[in-house]
Design a protein around this ligand. Structure first.
Ligand SMILES: [Zn+2]
Length: 312
């Protein structure tokens, strides 16, 4: 069956990752988007178009239930400025997960690519992509953005995403992080997210598309079995409630003491002491900056994420 074109029916079971090992329990099912006062994502908005529970790969045991009813056929009627491109579809057997977990870094092997699907908004697409990546032990990050002018500035109409282990190792910093989950290893995996109508991205549907030459399938490293090895996903646990307890307890017992208290209070907290410290440190910095500007500081909320998502 071609990817993304399966008959519609909704899976009934909780998703498993492609190793068929149960995912570690999560205390939050909906990823926490970057806090942005200009755009609040409502839970019902995100849940009705959540493609996280589907794995359309041919060799997935749940394949017969691969596609959600909300996944509509990709159309290019409204595309302008550029010639239509064939949608890449994989036939059965085209994606081979045999070597997925081979520990050899540098070995090219297939991962499950994010489903090619279209979404009502860029936010829905990004939440779905993040869910997919988390479930599959990787992190997707924005490599390049195409902008178009807009009355209120500029708006993205197309984004190239890649694996966060892509790009070259930087000269400093990453060179000492040899095999940690975030270490760059020039992973070649890429895909794109684009507005169906590039002339009006804010009101357009958004499409996840694979790139040619299996570029959206092949990585050169295994997935992380525990998604919480990725700081991106650990930071999702920093909800305002967790943050507020963290800051309070940090003042009493430092990072280790605060972490202990957070685990007692919230159960499955996967933050590391360095995350606790970083969050507290960020809070202090923000506070000083705001005080220097003469603002009254009430609550700092979340630490800034790493700029992986757009919110209008
Ligand atoms: Zn990769």
């Amino acid at each position: 069956m071609p990817l993304g074109r399966q008959p519609s029916s909704r899976p009934t079971s909780r998703p498993v990752n492609i190793n068929n090992t149960p995912l570690p329990p999560r205390i939050f099912n909906i990823p926490q988007p970057i806090q942005n006062p200009h755009h609040e994502i409502k839970e019902e908005e995100t849940s009705s178009h959540n493609f996280n529970n589907e794995n359309p790969l041919p060799n997935n045991p749940n394949n017969s239930q691969a596609t959600t009813p909300t996944m509509t056929p990709i159309t290019r009627k409204t595309m302008r400025n550029r010639a239509p491109r064939e949608i890449i579809e994989y036939a059965e057997g085209d994606i081979d997960l045999t070597h997925l977990n081979d520990p050899t870094n540098g070995l090219l092997r297939d991962h499950a690519p994010p489903p090619q699907a279209n979404y009502a908004t860029i936010e829905e697409a990004q939440i779905s992509l993040r869910n997919w990546a988390r479930t599959h032990g990787v992190v997707y990050t924005i490599f390049k953005t195409w902008w178009r002018p807009h009355e209120t500035g500029r708006r993205p109409y197309r984004l190239t995403y890649g694996c966060n282990r892509g790009r070259k190792r930087s000269a400093r910093g990453n060179s000492i992080r040899k095999s940690t989950s975030g270490a760059r290893c020039e992973c070649p995996m890429k895909f794109q997210l684009r507005a169906e109508d590039i002339t009006d991205p804010a009101n357009s549907r958004w499409i996840v598309e694979h790139l040619d030459n299996r570029a959206s399938v092949v990585h050169n490293h295994p997935p992380e079995k525990d998604p919480y090895q990725h700081v991106t996903y650990r930071k999702e646990q920093l909800t305002p409630e967790v943050s507020s307890v963290l800051l309070e307890e940090y003042a009493k017992g430092g990072a280790v003491g605060a972490l202990k208290r957070l685990k007692e209070r919230f159960g499955d907290i996967r933050l590391k002491p360095k995350d606790v410290y970083n969050h507290w440190e960020q809070h202090q910095r923000t506070r000083k900056e705001r005080e220097a500007e003469g603002e009254t500081v009430v609550d700092e909320g979340l630490a800034a994420d790493e700029g992986e998502q757009f919110w209008w």
